[in-house]
Design a binder for this molecule. Structure first.
Ligand SMILES: CCOC(=O)Nc1nc2cc3nc(NC)[nH]c3cc2c(=O)[nH]1
Length: 380
């Protein structure tokens, strides 16, 4: 029996399968596989999901991973990845890959970043070399990587910021979306998503969402959030933005988030997520479980023979004692990073799977309340 995620389509097609309030259950079918939504996309920055084998990532139920244009263009280089057969061949991940345009990383990683109508000029954080990235070059790079879902080049403004600055960046991102759409052209089996900007200013968010919707793109990302604003500001912006995006297209909230962020964002109409939280936190010994977070480095775990979560199907969560994981992380053992990362990605995928089933069964609100109660009760 073919799993739903093994079904392919030679064109990018999003089907809305069920709704429960504003929560949506859908499926994006593409030549390399189908993405069950709501979906969490593990971050595979440099062509690898840190501390994981790709077949582990697939076994956990991930239908798609994120690749990072900014990192890959600097090292090993987009042309080199193309010469080596593209990112799927290079990193041995055969399902869909979404690549970001790198805009956000340029903002947060590289020095000497200059932005004008033409694009972004920046210095590599690796060797200081100077690079220019126009909307057209960003799409060209993502094409060289053989990315399935490509993101427009955008300008993300860190919050808090002045309205004039937010408006300037939003309007430029809108113009860049049009240039990216032209550069992307007609690639039926792939997609280019626009990115809604506008900071925490409702009228600018409306302008961006309406402007992008008129471009009739295959999907829409919500950018400029999870950049330092409180969670309720992020959620308020989703209440403004989602109703203005076409219901028949997927919505992707960038860089989000914690399990709590994702539950509340699904309840406001978001379909796709990516976040470094499960992998980065995993490398620092922070375990996500159905009972909430466990900081395994804490002394109280030193002699706890219980596993992280015996309800989990993941070996990292059920076959090792907390005492052993505590020892590994305290000793900076590589296996510690591997096991907590494995546990965290497993929990994130289990949460998304639970969310999808709850929407299909029209019980998302109950599922959301039950899940948050278990987190609050904590680790009994
Ligand atoms: C994934 C698509 O990235 C882009 O091409 N631009 C972009 N990326 C973002 C990544 C973000 N991560 C967070 N929080 C951790 N917020 C983000 C916003 C953007 C964004 O506005 N624009």
């Amino acid at each position: 029996m073919t799993a739903e995620s093994d079904v392919t389509s030679d064109t990018f097609q999003f089907k809305l399968l069920a709704t429960d309030g504003k929560a949506r259950r859908g499926a994006i079918s593409m030549p390399r596989g189908t993405i069950r939504t709501p979906a969490f996309m593990p971050v595979g920055t440099g062509g690898t999901v840190k501390a994981m084998y790709m077949d582990q990532v697939e076994d956990l139920g991930a239908d798609i991973i994120l690749g990072n244009t900014y990192h890959l263009m600097l090292r090993p280089g987009a042309e080199r990845v193309a010469k080596l057969g593209g990112l799927h061949e290079f990193g041995r991940w055969q399902k869909p890959i979404l690549t970001d345009s790198g805009g956000f990383q340029v903002m947060s990683l590289s020095a000497l970043r200059k932005i004008n109508e033409q694009g972004v000029t920046f210095q590599s954080h690796i060797d200081g070399s100077r690079h220019e990235m126009s909307p057209e070059r960003s799409i060209e790079i993502q094409g060289l990587l053989d990315s399935d879902i490509q993101m427009q080049l955008d300008e993300c403004v860190r919050l808090p910021a002045g309205e004039t600055e937010i408006e300037r960046a939003m309007e430029m991102s809108l113009r860049w979306a049009d240039r990216c759409k032209v550069a992307f052209g007609d690639q039926p089996g792939k997609a280019m998503f626009g990115i809604v900007q506008g900071g925490d200013v409702p009228k600018l968010r409306e302008r961006s969402a309406e402007g992008l919707s008129s471009l009739d793109l295959k999907g829409y990302a919500v950018g400029g959030l999870a950049v330092g604003e409180p969670q309720e500001v992020m959620l308020d912006m989703l209440d403004v933005i989602c109703p203005l995006l076409p219901a028949e297209k997927p919505r992707y909230l960038m860089g989000v988030g914690t399990p709590d962020d994702m539950l509340k964002s699904v309840g406001r109409g978001i379909d796709m997520f990516d976040c470094v939280m499960p992998t980065r936190a995993g490398r620092h010994g922070l375990a996500f479980t159905r009972h909430g977070k466990i900081n395994i480095k804490n002394a109280r775990h030193a002699e706890d023979h219980r596993p992280l979560d015996e309800e989990s199907s993941c070996p990292a969560a059920r076959a090792y004692s907390r005492a052993y994981l505590h020892h590994l992380v305290r000793s900076n053992e590589i296996l510690g990073m591997m096991l907590i990362t494995w546990n965290n990605l497993s929990y994130y995928q289990d949460l998304m799977s639970g969310i999808r089933a709850a929407i299909a069964a029209q019980r998302f609100d109950d599922f959301s309340a039950e899940t948050q109660e278990r987190w609050a009760k904590g680790d009994i």
